[in-house]
Design a protein around this ligand. Structure first.
Ligand code: ZN
Length: 250
């Protein structure tokens, strides 16, 4: 699969594309389908993979994609098994994301970056990990002096930053150039394997810059607001903060 066919990395808002089936592996429990292009994000960096549908216009059949994953350099789609079998090689299919779920993940992922940005800028705490579901997530920090009072303050600051209509930019930089950016060191860029030549970065302009493979909204105003739903100690230094999106409509 040509990397250019992996649309999620360059256009997070692409929710549908027409594609041709490259290979089908029907030997396991779930059929695995490789396409020549896809809008699916395969999971990684704490963001779960997308779900959605494959539709064959020639006969109206459709298949549910329950997950996608990265195998080698390819993005492979795992289908729900059906009694009349998977699509065939060279079939032309429409690839449709479960967009409500994906967009919630993009908003959640961007909110977590805003949290990282505030915690680094105002408290100097490094992020050590994170995870998310649509609408909520958690981040872990090396943040010895975190407390309930600080968490309230952090929540207010994150909401201020989200409301500031900050642009969110995707860049792909040569490795040497990326390593020269001091801010990137805190996201453990040093752990990236030697073989990776280009580093993808996500910048919330004026707030946060991280090496990152996920999908994000284009402007913080699309996130809406957040609420901190919990925090806990994972040791003397390591602390966890949980947040959820506050739906602007709700
Ligand atoms: Zn991210």
């Amino acid at each position: 699969m040509d990397p250019a066919g992996q649309l999620a990395y360059t256009d997070a808002y692409a929710r549908s594309v027409e594609a041709r089936v490259a290979t089908v592996d029907d030997s396991g429990e779930t059929p695995l389908v490789l396409l020549d292009r896809t809008v699916f994000y395969p999971g990684g960096g704490g963001q779960p993979s997308d779900r959605g549908l494959l539709l064959r216009a020639s006969d109206g059949r459709q298949w549910t994609v329950r997950a996608a994953r990265k195998t080698g350099g390819d993005i492979v789609h795992e289908l729900e098994p059906t009694s009349d079998g998977p699509p065939q090689r060279d079939d032309v299919l429409r690839v449709d994301l479960d967009w409500a779920r994906r967009f919630a993940l993009m908003r959640t992922h961007t909110a977590l970056h805003a949290l990282c940005g505030v915690v680094w800028r105002d408290y100097g705490a490094l992020v050590t990990g994170g995870n998310m579901e649509p609408g909520g997530g958690r981040m872990d920090f090396e943040f010895e002096r975190m407390s309930g009072d600080l968490v309230d303050e952090i929540e207010a600051k994150v909401n201020t930053e989200l409301a500031a209509h900050r642009q969110v930019r995707v860049n792909v930089l040569p490795r040497d150039e990326a390593f020269a950016i001091p801010d990137l060191i805190r996201t453990k860029i040093n752990l990236l394997p030697e073989g990776i030549r280009d580093i993808r970065t996500i910048e919330i302009v004026g707030l946060d810059l991280q090496a990152d493979g996920g999908t994000h909204v284009a402007n913080t105003s699309e996130v809406g607001g957040i609420r901190v739903t919990g925090y806990e100690s994972k040791g003397r230094i390591n602390k966890r903060i949980r947040l959820e999106l506050v739906d602007p409509a709700g």
